[in-house]
Structure formats: C-alpha cells, structure tokens
Design a protein around this ligand. Structure first.
Ligand SMILES: [Ca+2]
Length: 258
C-alpha cells in the first residue's frame, strides 16, 4: 500500500550504537484496468463505435452475467435475411490485445449447420488485412482458432482446440456463463512468431503461432463482437440465442488469467 513511512535504523558494533530515522515514500502500484469495458448497464450499445448489424442483436434483461443488462445475438437466417447483431469498436492501433468476455449459450441452443459456426470475436486490421476468429465447427463443436491474413500476407492459420463450449468439464455447458480470454499478438514482419493464447474460466486451453499479418504495417485496429450463428443458412432458427456480458479489452494480461 502506498504512503509515507518512517523507518528506524539501529546499527550496533558491540560498543557503540547509532540510531537514525529515515522517511521513505512508497508509491502504490496503480491497479491494472482494461482500456475498454462494457457491462451493458447503459442499456444500449453507446460504448461501441458502430452497430454493424442491428438485427437480432439486442440489449436484454432476462439473461446477464452481472447488473441488469446483457447482450444477445440471434441466429442468421438466410431465408429471412436476419442479421445477428454485430458491434464494432475502433481501437488504438497495437500489435497485441487481450480480449475478455463472459459468454452464454442458451439452454435451447443447437449446433449450427455446415458452415454456420458462431464466432466468438474478431480482432482485425484495416479491411482486407487480417482477421482472427474463433469458430465453433459444425460437427466437432470444439473451438477452432482461425486467422485469415489478407491477400498479400501469409497463409490461413488454423488450430483445432479440445475445448467444447457445450460439454467441456472446465466450464462448458448450455445455460452457464463462461469466461473466455484470448491473447492476440501479431508476428514480427516476415516471421511466424505471432501468438494466440486462449483461456476458459482461468484455465489455459491452447495456443497457436504463425504469420498473421496481411502486410508488414498491419496493426490491430478493430474489435468486433460477432456471432454468425447459422451463417445465413436457409431456415436456420433465429431464436438460437447467444449472450455476452462484461466485455473487456486489455493491453496486458487480465488479472486472474494464469
Ligand atoms: Ca451486465
């Protein structure tokens, strides 16, 4: 704890004793804090730069991790041209971010059709440069890390993790809140030392390395909370809800993450 303290010093050589007092000032370390946080307690999306798709993306009161409000995504039904409610945050250009959020699959949630896996988040550069996605594959229902560099960058990098958000013992399941943290660090240009790390409920799940850049000057400029559930497949049920709350963006590892 910070403050001003007096320290008494005694030096003894067996015959003489010298005493002195010194005053020292100790500065408290500032508590780490996210650069962005939305618990949706404003009751709207006003903290975000843009609501990309209004659609079925709504503020809700029936399911929330904390407070009175949370966010809901709907499914994308191609037949009805329903959008799922994506929100976008423009962020300070950096090579690295940690994204934290609480995430909830509706008890009636069903696995998506081929090509229709929901996305957890996207961290991207300028349009067409690169994109990091978390995808829940169709039949496997385990999280896959995907990074799609742009046309001039490296190859698509993918890693199939073992974490199944519906059944995993670490904290998966429908109708329960799951805390997900992802670290995304761009590689140094020309090298495959980019890094993705993924934690669930403060347990490390997996990591992925690679060349994630589209161009050597790319930086992370946008953070999107997206879903893509259903992938605009015909007759996909719109009311296949996903919920989020307590979204945070950090430049350092969030406290509690090992
Ligand atoms: Ca809330």
């Amino acid at each position: 704890m910070g403050g001003v303290y007096t320290v008494n010093l005694t030096v003894s050589d067996g015959s003489l004793t010298n005493m002195a007092s010194v005053e020292i000032t100790i500065s408290a370390s500032p508590s780490p804090s996210p650069i962005f946080r939305d618990d949706f307690e404003t009751g709207d999306f006003s903290k975000w730069s843009e609501v990309v798709d209004a659609g079925e993306g709504q503020i809700v009161t029936n399911i929330k991790h904390g407070g009175s409000f949370g966010m809901r995504h709907g499914g994308q039904n191609g037949g009805a041209s329903v959008t799922a409610g994506d929100v976008l945050l423009n962020v300070t250009e950096r090579d690295e971010y940690y994204a934290l959020q609480w995430w909830y699959f509706d008890p009636l949630y069903i696995l998506p059709p081929p090509g229709g896996g929901p996305h957890y988040l996207r961290l991207t550069g300028p349009s067409g440069s690169f994109q990091l996605d978390f995808v829940i594959p169709d039949a496997l229902s385990a999280i896959k890390l995907n990074c799609f560099p742009g046309n001039t960058g490296g190859n698509t990098v993918q890693k199939q993790t073992s974490y199944n958000p519906i059944t995993d013992a670490i904290g998966g399941g429908k109708g329960v809140w799951q805390k997900w943290v992802v670290r995304f660090r761009l590689n140094t240009p020309g090298n495959a030392d980019g890094l993705v790390e993924f934690w669930v409920n403060d347990t490390f799940i997996d990591s992925m390395t690679g060349n994630f850049r589209g161009t050597s000057t790319d930086q992370i400029t946008r953070y999107l909370a997206v879903s893509n559930i259903g992938g605009n497949k015909i007759l996909w049920p719109v009311n296949n809800w996903l919920y989020r709350d307590d979204i945070e963006l950090w430049t350092t590892k969030p406290p509690g993450t090992p």
